[in-house]
Design a protein around this ligand. Structure first.
Ligand SMILES: Cc1ncc(COP(=O)(O)O)c(C=O)c1O
Length: 444
């Protein structure tokens, strides 16, 4: 063993002692497997769609290019297929322009590392994805100008804005205040109360000084007409309209991130933004400039997925997903009513995110396909569920804050009701086992 291996080993032992050790797990989740996967982000079950598979193979067989793009978008990697897919996305999502990235991670890192300038401010929900923080760490924004606010709390946002306005010098009247949010949070599974947060922004700042950035990683394909996302369903897509028309009402979200690795069943991402932001990223975003662009096979898969999403099959799958989600929420509510809170519970009751929504695509209180079940022993619960045939992954700090240890349940459109019932029966068994062991009673 080298010196380096020994030192790394000691550091990993420390991580193990804290219960934070990570290792790669490979489960067989193909149709031949008996395991039911409650950890996949394949919300619309597209990765197992035989119709999609056939459409993809047909198109691959007649496409002149199917392999790698051979270079960065700025060198040999840019092709008419990349540009044409960006045009399709700009039109579909109602954005003035669109820029493809190799992943949602790359897109967030690129945006937050380059677009906010040293005299700007960035406010973020305390639960935004790690990629936003990684971008900010390599940005020009000093740490004191990056401010978090309590998750989904409009009053918390107002407090931060008051602080900014009281400390900002008068020479700062041109600085932009960025707001980083997600539409559907990946760990708590709750929706951002976007209308309330946008109203708070408007109370403190003129539109021209705001830049609202919404990460729709978990809502792409799932919410909105044909899966256009939450912002589109609310009519808040805005970068195209310019400050004047934005002042008239809607259109308050400037930048959106849509990712392809989750409900879309592929990989990559698209950033929807103004032409100026797009051009700035092409000039300064290192993950875009110095990395090989998306391969043709992925572009072809994305075209096929969008053909499906824009047809009735997408609607059918979204409806199935919302049905299984509502079913699990109902069964879990029954179980948790009689379960000691310290043993298993959901995050605090989410506020109703869209109380006045008139959109047919956004219920006032949509049943989320992600549930975080908080428990102090997520590893034990996950192993118990796996023995009974259910893949449910533990999530521990630093991915979630200390005290937020949980198992995370993700639902898919193709799930059978019997699978949901089986999972809840297994959870009930575990609760009964733990409560009769008495170890939990002693702690109550
Ligand atoms: C909210 C959010 N944003 C961004 C990403 C990164 O997306 P990708 O997996 O495409 O890199 C993720 C992935 O987990 C995510 O959950």
């Amino acid at each position: 063993m080298t010196e380096l291996d020994a030192r790394l080993g000691a550091l990993l032992e420390g991580r193990k002692a804290k219960g934070r050790f990570r290792s790669l797990k490979e489960y067989d989740t193909t149709s031949q497997s008996d395991l039911v996967d409650f950890s996949s982000n394949d919300y619309l079950s597209l990765t197992s769609s035989s119709a999609l598979r056939e459409a993809y193979l047909r198109r691959l067989s007649v496409s002149p290019s199917i392999f790698g793009s051979t270079g960065s978008r700025l060198l040999s990697g840019g092709s008419p297929s990349h540009a044409s897919l960006e045009r399709r996305f700009a039109e579909f999502f109602n954005s003035p322009s669109a820029l493809l990235f190799n992943s949602g991670w790359d897109a967030n890192v690129s945006f937050f590392a380059t677009v906010p300038q040293s005299t700007d401010w960035v406010i973020y929900d305390e639960l935004v994805h790690a990629s936003v923080h990684s971008g900010l760490r390599s940005s020009r924004i000093p740490p004191e100008r990056r401010l978090g606010f309590a998750h989904n709390d409009p009053e918390g946002l107002a407090t931060v804005l008051r602080r900014i306005l009281s400390s900002a010098s008068t020479s700062e009247t041109k600085s932009t205040v960025f707001l980083a949010l997600e539409s559907l949070y990946s760990m708590d599974g709750d929706m951002s109360p976007l209308p309330a947060l946008l109203t708070v922004m408007d109370e403190f700042l003129p539109r021209g000084r705001q830049c609202v950035v919404l990460d729709e990683a978990h809502s792409t394909g799932v919410y909105g007409k044909h899966g256009r996302g939450v912002v589109h369903a609310l009519g808040e897509e805005g970068a195209w309209s310019g400050a004047e028309s934005r002042d008239k009402g809607k259109g308050r979200v400037d930048v959106r991130l849509m990712t392809f690795g989750k409900a879309v069943g592929c990989s990559g991402a698209v950033l929807l933004c103004s032409p100026a932001v797009r051009s700035f990223l092409i000039n300064f975003a290192r993950p875009l400039i110095f990395s090989t662009a998306l391969p043709h096979s992925t572009l072809i898969a994305l075209e096929c997925v969008w053909d499906l999403l824009q047809g009735p099959e997408g609607d059918r799958r979204r409806k199935s997903l919302f049905d299984v989600s509502a079913y699990l929420h109902r069964l879990l509510a029954d179980l948790l009513r009689t379960t000691p809170h310290s043993l298993l519970h959901l995050p605090p009751d989410p506020i109703v995110p869209f109380p006045h929504s008139s959109s047919p695509y956004l219920l006032a209180d949509p049943a989320s396909p992600i549930l975080g079940l908080l428990t102090p022993t997520p590893h034990g619960l996950s192993a118990f569920l796996l023995e009974r045939g259910f893949i449910v992954r533990p999530v521990v700090p630093p991915t979630v804050p200390p005290g937020g240890e949980r198992v995370r349940i993700c639902l898919r459109a193709g799930m059978k009701r019997s699978a949901i019932e089986g999972l809840v029966t297994a959870l009930r068994e575990w609760v009964e086992l733990k409560t009769t062991e008495g170890s939990w009673r002693a702690k109550l």
